[in-house]
Write a protein that binds this ligand. Structure first.
Ligand code: PMP
Length: 443
């Protein structure tokens, strides 16, 4: 298979364990953020001396910077095969992208319905809740999106659904949603589709303009820091005309045409939604990360990661008392992450032990997808209300391991070994690692 370990920075760093020994860090928290590609770091270092103001100056560096900034837009456009009518707006991250989109769509009227789903990250839920009548497409007993329920809800609102806002892949269960089928359904009932690509675009190829035009993706957003660029830059893509009728969220220089003391003329999108000096380094990093992903080949990445997650699921299934929160079937369409609980141990304790006994970075809690995890854990609204008002009580949650293209089966073996050890000496570990209230936070 692929051997990609050295394409990212930081794979060889040592971290201390509880006993003071140092081991090579294992990063299984890629769904939160990925380490940067070495190629991205090199590009940033090479560019730094040529840094200049975007779209403002006339100096050589400024002109070069502006060119690179606009070229990055084309890299993003090609990456997802956006159509000629689409604009690429650079944002801070997926969260900002969705907030801008919600603002823009609300400017055209809030009397319609936004259908989100029960498996969304809060970023693809709260911005809609605030502005629109929202409803949530149900999940089935395995936590997968129910397409019959999607169609039932589209029917129920009789043409009043403006947008179906759905995640491309879940950051909790890893399930990949059938976005083209969802697009077809949404379009059939006169709605548009927005895909939250935060967990999708670094794992599988995404095409906004597939052959069947009923299946096209209207809006898409993603974050550079989940695709091997550092923090700070993301993208929002969608049809130009949708962005032409809304005022910008952030107002100031760069977003305007001409302004008098009495009147304001907004610039055209995308500039209209990029007020202020943009994050050139972040945008360059994002574009370089995309080029690197493409050179490694998205299909090859998807194939490699699929083997890795199947290997991990097989291993996890051998750990006594471990419950997986997604189906074990190999046929399941998923990205390379999975969540679980270990009987008798709080999720934050399991994550602490993995870090301190094996140098493994994982994630624990509700992963900013609170309603989804609450559903997977069968927590009632009353139970959640109880946790909301009792600071001293530990909130249930899951442990998540998420793999990047540079992880390998040997690292997965370390994880399984460690979990086997924990499962065997549960009581010992329970007393050794104090439980605290950290699971409460949106981890
Ligand atoms: N959507 C999903 C599915 C995510 O996993 C995340 C990040 N955890 C986000 C949105 C938000 O991304 P960001 O924090 O980069 O805005």
């Amino acid at each position: 298979g692929l051997y990609l370990r050295n394409v990212v920075a930081g794979v060889d760093v040592k971290v201390p364990l509880a006993d003071g020994q140092y081991v090579t860090a294992i990063n299984f928290d890629n769904a939160a953020t990925t380490p940067p590609f070495r190629a991205v770091m090199t590009e940033i270092m090479n560019y730094a001396p040529w840094y200049g103001s975007v779209h403002r100056g006339k100096g050589y560096k400024s002109v070069l910077t502006s060119k690179l900034y606009e070229a990055a837009r084309e890299v993003v456009r090609r990456f997802v095969n956006a159509s000629g009518h689409d604009v690429v707006i650079f944002t801070k991250n997926t969260t900002e992208s969705i907030n801008i989109l919600a603002h823009v769509l609300a400017a055209a009227g809030c009397d319609q319905v936004v259908l989100s789903t029960q498996m969304e990250h809060l970023a693809n839920d709260l911005p809609w809740r605030e502005r629109f009548t929202t409803d949530y497409v149900a999940i089935d007993e395995y936590g997968r999106l129910s397409l019959p329920d999607l169609e039932a809800k589209l029917l129920k609102y009789q043409g009043r659904v403006k947008l179906v806002a759905v995640t491309g892949a879940s950051n909790v269960t890893g399930y990949i949603n059938p976005i083209y089928e969802i697009a077809r359904l949404a379009h059939k009932y006169g709605a548009k589709i927005f895909v939250d690509g935060a967990q999708l675009v670094s794992h599988v190829p995404v095409d906004m303009k597939p052959v069947n035009s009923l299946e096209h993706i209207d809006y898409l957003a993603f974050s550079g820091h989940k695709m091997y660029a550092p923090f700070g830059a993301g993208a929002l893509i969608g049809p130009r005309d949708a962005f032409e009728n809304a005022a910008p969220v952030y107002k100031g220089g760069g977003a305007v045409g001409l302004v008098s003391s009495q009147s304001v003329q907004w610039d055209e999108p995308p500039a209209r939604f990029e007020a202020g000096t943009p994050n050139m380094m972040g945008v360059l990093a994002l574009a370089t990360a995309i080029k690197t992903l493409l050179s490694l080949d998205m299909k090859a990445i998807a194939g490699y990661e699929r083997k890795l997650i199947e290997y991990a699921i097989e291993g996890l299934a051998t750990v006594p008392g471990l419950t997986l929160y997604s189906r074990r079937d190999k046929s399941e369409d998923r990205v390379s992450l999975i969540s679980f609980t270990l009987e008798g141990l709080h999720h934050s304790v399991v994550a602490d032990i993995l870090a301190q006994e094996a140098g493994i970075a994982s994630r624990s809690g509700l992963f900013c997808a609170h309603p989804y995890v609450e559903k997977l854990l069968n927590l009632s609204d009353e139970a959640v209300a109880y946790y909301q008002t009792h600071d001293d009580v530990l909130v249930p949650g899951l442990v998540r391991v998420s793999f990047g293209l540079y992880n390998d089966c040997r690292e997965v073996d370390v994880l399984i070994d460690c979990l086997q050890r924990i499962a065997k000496k549960r009581d010992y570990y329970k007393t050794k690692y104090q439980q605290d209230g950290r699971g409460k936070r949106c981890a």
